[in-house]
Design a protein around this ligand. Structure first.
Ligand SMILES: Nc1ncnc2c1ncn2[C@@H]1O[C@H](COP(=O)(O)OP(=O)(O)O)[C@@H](O)[C@H]1O
Ligand SMILES: [Mg+2]
Length: 296
């Protein structure tokens, strides 16, 4: 029986043979300024509160951070972020609606969604690529603030509860200029229902318009454990589905993929996968554009 990793690896090879742009493994040659369109914005950060991210805490959790720019993990995320940035900025072959809204999800809890969301946000923001907003939308099991070494704070749920509240009143500016954080917010007994509410739909469409010039990364609930994540899935332009390669059943992965069918771009990230090549890279990156092959 073929494993998922093998299937993804085969698919990657086929794509490469077909001339698809597949991320190169290794560091970026170009540092600093990029020739890509800037996605900077100062709007809405004007009144936001400022917090200091604890870089030591990030280092301990193995997360990309400014003091470890040369690390293995930083290299891996340079590769992973490239197609996402290209889609977000309209540099891909087709223009993706809401391509700058990127949902990080998985079939089940514990597959590495928060780890991936935070690493991607840090990688994009610290390498001065783009202004990034990281949203903790896994309201049932929020963890972003904890990973950043910050206390819980008002955020997403407060905005959904009270639509008169402005995003900038709960958005946090950080000691990384280009990174803002939208925490999950005040715990609420009906948190999951709020995430699936019409107010959430309105909030997302408002954010897409207002922050069209930045990349918004959503750390999201697991698809099979939480049906409310469908609202988010139908509002974003790109979804990264994290798959814990050695653990998650292929049937669960397929069920989860069915739930995000409508999203224009679906990328699959095999987390904690052991590569069968000589390199020691811990990630494989399967492209979701033709993920139907997985079902074959
Ligand atoms: N690639 C990885 N390398 C090292 N640790 C990882 C990796 N992916 C996930 N983890 C760790 O596994 C645990 C579960 O990951 P997490 O991102 O919290 O999962 P989820 O958000 O999907 O529930 C965390 O302790 C996280 O730090
Ligand atoms: Mg999580």
């Amino acid at each position: 029986m073929s494993t998922l990793i093998e299937l993804a690896a085969q698919r990657l090879e086929k794509l490469q043979q077909a001339g698809a742009v597949v991320p190169e493994v290794g560091g970026r040659k170009k540092e600093g300024k990029t020739s890509e369109a800037p996605l900077n914005s100062t709007v809405s950060t004007l009144t936001s509160r400022y917090v200091e991210i604890d870089f030591d805490a990030l280092e301990k959790s193995g997360i990309v951070n400014p003091s470890a720019a040369r690390s293995n993990i930083a290299d891996q995320y340079r590769v992973i972020k490239r197609p996402l940035i290209s889609n977000a900025t309209g540099k891909g072959t087709t223009k993706i609606q809401n391509g700058n809204l990127i949902m990080i999800t998985s079939a089940l809890p514990g597959e590495g969604k928060s780890f991936t969301a935070l690493n991607l946000a840090m990688s994009m923001a610290t390498e001065l690529d783009y202004t990034v907003m990281l949203v903790d939308a896994d309201v049932g099991r929020p963890s972003i603030m904890n990973l950043l070494g910050l206390p819980a704070s008002a955020g997403l749920l407060d905005l959904v509860m009270d639509e008169s509240q402005d995003v900038s009143s709960v958005l946090l500016r950080t000691n990384i200029d280009k990174l803002t954080i939208l925490p999950s917010g005040t715990a609420h007994p009906r948190a999951t229902e709020l995430l699936a509410s019409d107010a959430m739909v309105r909030l997302l469409s408002g954010m897409a318009k207002r922050y069209a010039d930045r990349i918004i990364i959503f750390d999201s609930p697991p698809l099979l454990a939480a049906t409310e994540s469908r609202v988010l899935a139908s509002s974003v332009g790109q979804i990264v589905m994290v798959v814990c390669a050695q653990r998650t059943l292929q049937s669960d992965v397929l069920k989860a993929l069915d739930m995000i069918e409508a999203c224009p771009v679906k990328l699959m990230l095999l987390n904690q996968a052991r590569s069968h090549s000589k390199s020691s890279y811990g990630y494989g990156y399967g492209y979701g554009y033709d993920y139907e092959k997985l079902k074959a």
